[in-house]
Write a protein that binds this ligand. Structure first.
Ligand SMILES: Cc1ncc(COP(=O)(O)O)c(C=O)c1O
Length: 373
């Protein structure tokens, strides 16, 4: 029997997500676990043909097609097609970036809060982290001194906040003038059209040294068949391709072909349907909990596939054993606040990329626990 209190206080977010994997009331991880749409189901029915196509075509062509279909879907027309490395997952891209950065700097300014595997990977290679509060980042405060890189998750996980085109341009200018690498994790970009302006046009024209991590893994229920993409500027001055080659040769051509098909389907209407689906899940959560005393929603304009719920006076640690008993798994926000976990003690993150029936059942259980506290 797993000891719930111990898990909550000592676990990282992914360890908590493991606990949830076998529960029907898993609203913990941010992976896409909704049902396939009819059009996506038809792609799955074509998988044997897709497999044959992937086996027959040169990998270079498959990569180019997958990258183009995915990035154009979100308006990223100016991405440098010769500088895109396909990775097994965005965490692998992150590891490659971290190992590259540590060859030239010992400190990174990192957005706060954000998903904890980003600070964990950066610290794992020995980098010192300096927190940059979201508000400071969005209001244009200067980046901290003494760092070799500024790392921004946009849209952010868990807050959903998006860096505007104006702020990206200003940040890129500042990074160029201070010779700091600007790194973005845009894993949740697909959910929010406000993040569909062409980031690469801005980055390339700024002349700054930049790296971007993109991710196909959060959008579509492809059973974690996904790729992370690592893109970088010509002047980045980091050994990224070399470290990539220390770790992998490349990703499965089959997955590249799958990404291309899902991206084409999304461009033909599937993306708008997905946005409506996530918005419906968010409404469901808010309507189910809104009248509970003390409960509020921290990110009113968020469009990403997770929702933060503030519990008022209640602490996550107080309700965790009961949620655990009912097999409801949501993430405490503590670990997202990697520099000051106490700031997340009173909020939970609920994953929305779930069938409405499962999401509704989890939220009903959560409501009943919160009512008792
Ligand atoms: C912003 C962000 N980047 C990267 C990752 C890592 O994704 P993966 O587990 O597919 O490597 C996550 C995971 O949820 C995330 O939220």
């Amino acid at each position: 029997m797993i000891e719930p209190a111990l898990q909550l206080s000592s676990a990282n977010l992914t360890e908590l997500e493991y606990l949830a994997l076998n529960s029907e009331l898993n609203v913990a991880d941010g992976h896409a676990r909704q049902e396939l749409s009819e059009a996506q189901q038809r792609i799955v029915e074509e998988l044997p043909t897709l497999f044959e196509k992937a086996a027959a075509q040169p990998v270079e062509d498959l990569e180019r097609a997958a990258h183009g279909a995915f990035l154009h879907l979100f308006g990223q027309h100016c991405y440098p097609s010769g500088r895109v490395l396909s990775c097994y997952a965005s965490s692998v891209a992150m590891e490659i970036l971290a190992r590259s950065l540590v060859t030239e700097t010992d400190a990174v300014a990192l957005i706060h809060p954000t998903f904890d595997n980003i600070p964990d990977i950066l610290r794992g290679v020995g980098l010192r982290l300096v927190p940059v509060e979201e508000d400071a980042l969005h209001s244009g405060e200067p980046i901290p001194k003494g760092v070799g890189c500024v790392f921004v998750t946009t849209p952010n996980n868990p807050t959903g906040r998006v860096l505007s085109a104006e702020r990206l341009a200003a940040l890129a200018d500042e990074c160029r003038s201070r010779d700091v690498v600007l790194a973005l994790d845009t894993s949740f970009r697909g959910f929010d059209t406000r993040a569909h302006y062409d980031h690469y046009a801005i980055l390339e024209s700024s002349g700054c040294r930049w790296v971007v991590i993109e991710d196909t893994g959060k959008l579509w229920p492809t059973l974690d068949l996904k790729v992370g993409l690592l893109l970088y500027s010509e002047n980045v001055g980091l050994p990224i391709p070399r470290i990539y080659s220390d770790i992998l040769l490349g990703v499965s051509p089959f997955i590249l072909a799958l990404v291309e098909r899902f991206a084409e389907e999304a461009a033909g209407g599937g993306l708008a349907d997905l946005h409506a689906f996530i918005a419906g899940g968010r409404r469901l959560v808010r309507e189910a909990l809104a009248d509970l005393p003390g409960v509020t929603f921290l990110d009113p304009s968020s469009r990403v596939s997770v929702e933060r719920v503030d519990l008022g006076d209640r602490r996550c640690a107080d309700i965790w054993p009961e949620l655990y008993e009912r097999q409801v798994h949501a993430l405490p926000c503590t670990q997202f606040y990697w520099a000051d976990p106490s700031r997340g003690e009173h909020s939970l993150r609920i994953a929305l990329a779930r069938p409405y029936t499962a999401l509704g059942a989890a939220v009903r259980e959560l409501r009943s626990v919160l009512t008792e506290h």
